[in-house]
Write a protein that binds this ligand. Structure first.
Ligand code: SAH
Ligand code: SF4
Length: 353
């Protein structure tokens, strides 16, 4: 008999989990066959696994769900971006976004349902936190979007960014387990260099992430040039001060091929002056890093304006004298798929469109 663990789905299990699930009665290669089907072949249904005996498949079907999400809605943007509202086992939904580009396809996934961090410019913040996603639900978003769009995990076109809903460092264990599954060369096989998580700055978890053997690249949402400004925009700064965040960044053990990425959402008249840009340079100048600028993506209930392109460009020019700095072009704003616009209520979209 299989060991049935309440609520456990097959997607999300590592090889060691599958071995203990199958127990000593099954031949030892059975767990490897199952792992191969789930992650290398990326089956959408257990019935597709023809290498497994029928009786075994039937037993597995009775005791365990595969655990891939289902799409409740898909929204297609005029710029090629696709936003998926994905339904989980408990009928909650999260968002994942595919951004196709010429040389790569970026899949932006969620790490939590909602988010407990109360950033004042972000729509997801208005939801609060409903729950953490499991490792399987994190991996499942990638498998689902890849499959729907004819992409294969190990395909070097795929980039994964955990920049959808949620604060990944508040769900670190599941995020790390998902990263091991996404990167395993015997399974999905996406390079560690092609997976990035973004954090609002959970200082102790940054150190913990640095200790993990297999880990994604790290991006930090800076979004302000002073302690006070950051406290107003990102109240989490009251708990984890900007000065301590910068210390954690200095200590972070980068791998030889790695740079830190900082993200900075520009809010008109709030954090976008030349003086802000010069302070950002001072904060970042002795780090091995680059900076991405994001002009605010507007949304209902967000009390800020988007600066005009001239201001964004002037800000970039000041930063560029000291470190690499890029302007992130908004993707899928028309379908509310851009950064900070993910809020699971599909009826909002219909009303606002
Ligand atoms: N919680 C994590 C990851 C998800 S948010 C984090 O905050 O880093 C991903 C990125 O979107 C962050 O850099 C965040 O600052 C940015 N963002 C949030 N709201 C935005 C908005 N309205 N316009 C543009 N970027 C936004
Ligand atoms: Fe959460 Fe990131 Fe949005 Fe802040 S910006 S509320 S941390 S998702």
């Amino acid at each position: 008999m299989l060991q049935v663990l309440e609520g456990q789905t097959l997607v999300g299990m590592e090889i060691s989990d599958l071995r203990s699930l199958l127990g000593p009665k099954e031949p030892t290669y059975r767990a490897r066959q199952l792992y191969d089907a789930l992650y290398r072949k990326q089956v959408a249904d257990l019935s597709e696994i023809s290498s497994l005996p029928q009786a075994f498949r039937n037993q597995l079907l009775k005791s365990h769900a595969l655990g891939l999400p289902e799409a409740e809605h898909r929204y297609d943007s005029s710029d090629g971006t696709r936003r998926y509202l994905l339904r989980l086992e408990d009928n909650r939904t999260v968002e994942a976004v595919l951004m196709p580009e010429e040389s790569r396809d970026t899949i932006c996934i969620s790490s939590q349902v909602g988010c407990p961090v109360d950033c004042k410019f972000c729509l997801t913040a208005l939801m609060g936190l409903e729950r953490n996603l499991t490792a399987g639900e994190i991996v499942g978003q990638v498998l689902y979007v890849a499959r729907e769009n004819g992409l294969k995990g190990g395909d070097s076109r795929i980039n994964v960014v955990m920049m959808g809903m949620g604060e990944p460092l508040l769900n670190l264990n599941n995020v790390l387990k998902a990263t091991r599954l996404l990167t395993d060369p015997d399974g999905i096989g996406i390079s560690q260099k092609r997976i990035t998580i973004s954090t609002s700055g959970i200082v102790p978890k940054i150190a913990e992430l640095g200790q993990a053997e297999v880990r994604p690249k790290l991006a930090i949402s800076l979004n302000a040039s002073t302690e006070e400004q950051r406290r107003a925009l990102m109240p989490i700064t009251r708990k984890y001060h900007l000065a301590d965040l910068m210390q954690a960044c200095k200590r972070y053990p980068l791998r030889p091929w790695e740079k830190l990425t900082f993200e900075y959402v520009l809010l008109e008249g709030v954090n976008d002056s030349d003086a802000d840009a010069r302070r950002v340079v001072r904060l970042l100048s002795n780090l091995n890093c680059k900076l991405n600028l994001i002009a605010l993506n507007p949304g209902p209930g967000i009390p800020f304006e988007t600066p005009d392109p001239g201001r964004v460009h002037a800000f970039q020019q000041i930063i560029r004298r000291s470190l690499p700095c890029f302007i992130r072009k908004p993707r899928g704003r028309d379908i509310f798929a851009a950064c900070g616009q993910l809020k699971r209520v599909s009826t909002d979209l219909v009303r606002l469109a």
